[in-house]
Design a protein around this ligand. Structure first.
Ligand SMILES: [Ca+2]
Length: 260
């Protein structure tokens, strides 16, 4: 018996083979195909950007990304934002070469908007494809969602998300967080006195995060220090293990769930 996943894989391969075999035969002037645009799963967060949550509304930069193909190249692109719940819409242009669209992941109004991207090739205005960008929900949680061993201590500062964080100066101190998401951003502190931690995802070491910055003026509070996006929403376990005797801070975590 063929599993649904296997059938999906076979269909994708067949579709890919069709595109690959058809593309070389198309002269640009005879191109009657709209651009092929494939939206990548998971929102992209950016290490080094900062979570803003000093007011009633939090904000954190993110992007949706895509891969595209057209035999004639893409000459025009725009996004239509259908506002919810008013039903109004607004069109705004994007660079034809753009492969990502940046926005504020925490913007609750935008999370419920229907964003549709239109891509037109260079052969004909009628060669236009329209794809819906995934809507999402974003969740900001504080450091207390981590299961901590005795190597961590609470700190307070109005400069941090929620007015506090946890930090460790003990090599081997462990913080664990179980979550269900399509993207995650770990929020920490980049500073002169900060150290390193190893990051494990589902039991596998995936990164070493260094919160140290030599230039004091380049310290970042509420900064994204590690991020990951997944091919689909699902459950994962994040483990942070301090590896130095300088402070490693965990301030908060932002996760997103896509709804498309
Ligand atoms: Ca915090």
């Amino acid at each position: 018996m063929t599993s649904p996943l296997a059938r999906l894989g076979a269909a994708s391969l067949a579709c890919g083979a069709l595109v690959l075999s058809a593309a070389p035969a198309l002269a640009a002037s005879g191109d009657t195909s709209a651009p092929s645009v494939r939206i990548a799963a998971g929102y992209r967060f950016f290490v080094g950007t900062a979570l803003e949550d000093s007011s009633d509304t939090a904000s954190l930069p993110a992007a949706v990304t895509w891969k595209q193909y057209d035999a004639s190249g893409i000459c025009k692109r725009s996004v239509t934002d259908y506002y919810d719940p008013t039903g109004d819409s607004y069109d705004f242009p994007l660079a034809p070469s753009a492969t990502s669209y940046r926005f504020d992941a925490m913007d609750r109004e935008r999370q419920s908007d229907d964003l549709t991207m239109h891509s037109t090739d260079c052969a004909s205005p009628s060669n236009t494809s329209s794809v819906q960008l995934p809507t999402h929900s974003a969740t900001l949680q504080q450091q207390d969602v981590f299961t901590l061993d005795s190597g961590w201590r609470q700190q307070t500062c109005r400069c941090w998300s929620g007015g506090g964080d946890v930090a460790s100066t003990r090599v081997g101190a462990t913080a664990t967080y179980r979550f269900d998401a399509s993207s995650i951003a770990l929020i920490g502190v980049n500073g002169y006195q900060r150290g390193k931690a190893d990051v494990y995802l589902d039991g596998t070491k995936v990164a070493t995060v260094d919160e140290y910055v030599q230039d004091r003026s380049k310290g970042i509070n509420r900064g994204v220090v590690w991020t990951r996006r997944f091919a689909a929403s699902g459950p994962h376990t994040l483990k942070v293990v301090s590896t130095t005797t300088r402070k490693f801070d965990i301030d908060a975590v932002v996760t997103t769930q896509e709804r498309l």
